[in-house]
Design a protein. Structure first.
Lengths: 119, 109
């Protein structure tokens, strides 16, 4: 079974300061990890993903995320927050399907973290 | 517009009525997903298609829910005999759930 935890319901940060939104995951095999942003009454917008390779993944709008296999984490980061970054952020995970170990093409989402950037 | 589209964007219905939602994925994507999202929660998986084949269904998908994807193109999600608990945002996504549509917000009175 696969699961995602976003331990913080809300993160508050001042504009211009660095931000981190935390995500930890559990999968039986190798993970395929995603971050999305959701603005009010809108669908989810893809920010970035990790499949393999460099542990630091760069995405849209200046966001990046660091894959840490030993800590099973995939925290979202941005060096300098903007007020317009205020939104709901979701982390998602799925197994990379393998013939011997199975896995699924279906991502599991966390509950979301509300990011509030203060002017 | 080459993104994922969903119609209608909003649906208000009375309890007991049937509703149908449509999703048009990005044309070259063969995987299509339906998720449901309620306030304060992340998207919950409902069902998944690869081309026209419905490969997985969540236990959340009661027998009142049915989804189709004829010819592997657009998909429809039908809810029969709607209940107030069905009120939610219904999201469609294509590829590896990387591309989401804007959602259909269902309100059951």
């Amino acid at each position: 079974a696969q699961s995602v935890a976003q331990p913080e319901d809300q993160v508050n940060v001042a504009e211009g300061n660095p931000l981190t939104v935390k995500c930890t995951y559990s999968v039986s095999g190798n993970p395929y990890l995603f971050w999305y942003v959701q603005y009010p009454n809108r669908g989810l917008q893809f920010l970035l993903k990790y499949i393999t390779g460099d542990n630091l993944v760069k995405g849209s709008y200046g966001f990046e995320a660091e894959f840490n296999k030993s800590q099973t984490s995939f925290h979202l980061k941005k060096p300098s927050a903007l007020v317009s970054d205020s939104a709901l952020y979701f982390c998602a995970v799925r197994d990379i399907p393998r013939i011997r170990t199975g896995g699924s093409y279906i991502p599991t989402f966390g509950r979301g973290t509300s990011l509030i950037v203060h002017p | 517009d080459t993104g994922v589209s969903q119609n209608p964007r909003h649906k208000i219905t009375k309890r007991g009525q049937n509703v149908t939602f449509r999703c048009d994925p990005i044309s070259e994507h063969n995987r299509l997903y339906w998720y449901r999202q309620t306030l304060g929660q992340g998207p919950e998986f409902l069902t998944y298609f690869q081309n026209e084949a419905q490969l997985e269904k969540s236990r959340l998908l009661s027998d009142r829910f049915s989804a189709e994807r004829p010819k592997g193109s657009f998909s429809t999600l039908e809810i029969q005999r709607t209940e107030q608990g069905d009120s939610a945002m219904y999201l469609c996504a294509s590829s590896d759930a990387q591309y989401f549509g804007p959602g259909t917000r269902l309100t059951v009175l």
